[in-house]
Design a protein around this ligand. Structure first.
Ligand code: AMP
Ligand code: MN
Ligand code: MN
Ligand code: MN
Length: 282
């Protein structure tokens, strides 16, 4: 791999809340010049086998990944990407199965709340039409959009699904320490996903990083979807100060999103240690 290699280490398929099959995702990544792609579905690894065979067909390097929902500091959600995991590992599989159960518990509550606002057949439609195991708020957002209850995705989260929305239900995930432990058990590297998205203060983000490292986490996304140059510089500095490896990922979910594309704008700032430096890529 030369210096022109394009890495995209965070993406979703329809095994969580993306819209593309793993084959479509890999094909699209290849068309957009990605050389090394990680499929990182929320709490689910079912898409990896198909992604691997598609990657073999187009000559792209696939990294086995996952994005785990975890609870930190009194049930606040953080997302931890696991890279180079063994999806067959029993510890990881058992952990992810627990999270998917919690997703179903939460989804039923979200459906109840939506139905109380007068919207009909929510649970029935979600289970019939969007019936994957890793059910997410994105699935509810698509349901709301398709049935004319909101004008766009942002509106769905603002009015219904986001923290101040009418149908908000907090997920009670497993502790951060557990999620990192499963990734390590499966031979992978744990990475803090989209660190600016949590809207934590600087000192709180430092506290997350310190806890994360103490549990064995090694990396942080320095470049993610819609990060500004300032945010990238701040995350690069955070990574340097705490000796974390730097990762990059589009967090791609679906085509047609004006600001997000596979492999686009993912150059690492200078002075970062890329997480892939120790990987065998050939
Ligand atoms: P969940 O893990 O079920 O809480 O769902 C979280 C997912 O919802 C994220 O991974 C995003 O894909 C999506 N999401 C969260 N907030 C927004 C937003 N404001 N606009 C669009 N998608 C969002
Ligand atoms: Mn998502
Ligand atoms: Mn995420
Ligand atoms: Mn993601």
């Amino acid at each position: 791999m030369n210096t022109q290699t394009i890495f995209d280490l965070h993406s979703h398929s329809l095994y969580s809340d993306g819209t593309l099959t793993p084959t479509e995702l890999v094909t699209r990544a290849h068309e957009h010049g990605v050389n090394v792609l990680a499929l990182t579905d929320h709490d689910e690894t079912k898409g990896l086998a198909e992604a691997q065979s598609a990657a073999n067909n187009v000559g792209l390097k696939l990294i086995n990944g996952v994005e785990i929902s975890a609870s930190w500091d009194r049930n606040q959600t953080v997302h931890i990407v696991g890279l180079n995991i063994d999806p067959a590992n029993d510890v990881l599989r058992a952990g992810l199965a627990l999270i998917r159960q919690e997703r179903i518990r939460r989804a039923k509550k979200i459906a109840d709340k939506l139905e109380k606002t007068g919207i009909e057949n929510v649970w029935k439609t979600i289970t019939e039409k969007y019936g994957f195991e890793a059910v997410t708020r994105t699935h509810f957002a698509r349901f709301l959009l398709e049935n004319g209850h909101a004008k766009d995705m942002q509106h769905c989260f603002k009015k219904y699904l986001g923290r101040k929305g009418r149908a908000y239900v907090n997920g009670i995930w497993l502790p951060l320490e557990d999620a990192i432990g499963w990734i390590i058990a499966a031979g992978g590297q744990a990475v803090i996903a989209h660190p600016t998205r949590y809207r934590f203060t600087k000192s709180k983000l430092e506290r997350l990083v310190i806890d994360f490292k103490s549990y064995g986490g090694v990396g942080i996304e320095v470049v993610s979807q819609r990060f500004t140059d300032k945010e990238k510089a701040e995350m690069a500095s955070l990574a340097r100060r705490h000796d974390l490896l730097a990762s990059v990922g589009s967090d791609f979910h679906n085509p047609g999103s004006p600001y997000v594309e596979l492999g686009r704008g993912l150059e690492l700032p200078m002075d970062c240690k890329p997480i892939w430096n120790g990987w065998a890529l050939l």
